[in-house]
Design a protein around this ligand. Sequence first.
Ligand code: HEM
Length: 441
Amino acid sequence: MNTASVADTLRIGALVLGPTVARGVLARRPRVVRLAEAADADRRAGRLLQRMRAKYGPGPLMLRFPVRRLALVLSSDDVGRVLAGSPEPFALASLEKRKALGRFQPHGVLISTGADRAERRAFNEAVLDTAQPVHRYGETICVKVREEAELLREQIGRTGELDWDRFRVAWWRVIRRVVLGDAARDDHEISDLLTTLRMNANWSYARPPRRRVRRRFAERLRHYLEEAEPGSLAELVARTPRSDRTEPADQVPQWLFAFEPAGMAAYRALALLATHPEQARRAREEVDGRDLERPQELPFLRACVQESVRLWPTTMAVLRDTTTETVWDGTRMPAGTGLLIHTPFLQRDEETLPYADTFAPWIWLDGTAQESWSDIPFSGGPGECPGRNLVLLTTSCFLAMLIQRHDFRLVSGQPLTYARPLPRTLEPFGLRLRARPRAAS
Ligand code: HEM
């Protein structure tokens, strides 16, 4: 394993790590994201990392910062080694995640280790039905998704337009109803409290924790978990066996906040469909004439959402820490060394992926994405996102509802066409779509 020179370490810090952290690891800061988009920050970072790979070789590149040793993973084979080797010897509970998430979900699975982690992971998988393409509450979940999408469709029908603010409000209602129950539909406060906690956690060491906000959030969450409304994940939390290690209430905040980027992914997918006529036609073929009253797999729309998260990953840094001294290609990494997988680089690496900068939903349908460790928007291996199928069920159903009734056209001007490489950074906040009603299907 090579070690980067001081000058290269500083360059990587300034062009790769700095912009990633500045955008907000747990909650995006819209103004910084806009700046990153304007500066084409992820393309610059990608170019630098390609140069580093050419200079130092494809193996992980050690960066020695005064406070932290970080090995930057630069090839898909090494991504596979790291993800398949989680949680031992490569722990998901990295220093940065523990500092940030420890502020409001100290017993969350993502920052747990050993027997605690095993127990909490099993609990998450049991509630989220990780292995099932359609969650056992699929029917109820789809009713909630449909009702909110219908209301959004009415608004679109009145104004002929869709923007992120409207989409976001509808999506958060879906999140609260699915996770906490219908009684939480209009509880914007619980979402706002969680956003405040995530924004605060973005600062990791630099700002004191918001203890009052955390208490208030925990009280409201406890209320919904005690009510355990039938048909919600809160009900499954109450019904799923637990031990004294499980800490169920500390698992739920992650479900709530991880659902928000799922909305961003769905909205970007809609923008892609609005600018790619051939893919839009396939999506319409998938939903036309379908009875969306029933929960079902919609493979093409699922592929579009996965593609949207590949192109614009919502988890930009997948981090691991070595749990013991580990020797990698002859280099000794002491316990506690960080490993960093920068997904905007690996998932858009045009030196290795022919489809890097294009909208290519087919890679999720023909096995291409599964064959390599480059496309990991939901991570992979034993630490893969246990909510993946639930996300794909809810987002594909939501999108199906929208495209069944309207054709969309992007009117905010972002260059999302086949003619040019897709932008590496795309904030959802500024995407505006015009909608034209379709003949009833
Ligand atoms: C677009 C939406 C989502 C994306 C792209 C996504 C992606 C990811 C990724 C990349 C990880 C691994 C993080 C790491 O290794 O540091 C992860 C972990 C996790 N995700 Fe998701 N996620 C999404 C939504 C959700 C939802 C909606 C839920 C729950 C309802 C969820 C539950 C979890 C949990 C519990 C973990 C921790 C897993 C563990 O520690 O073993 N995610 N997710």
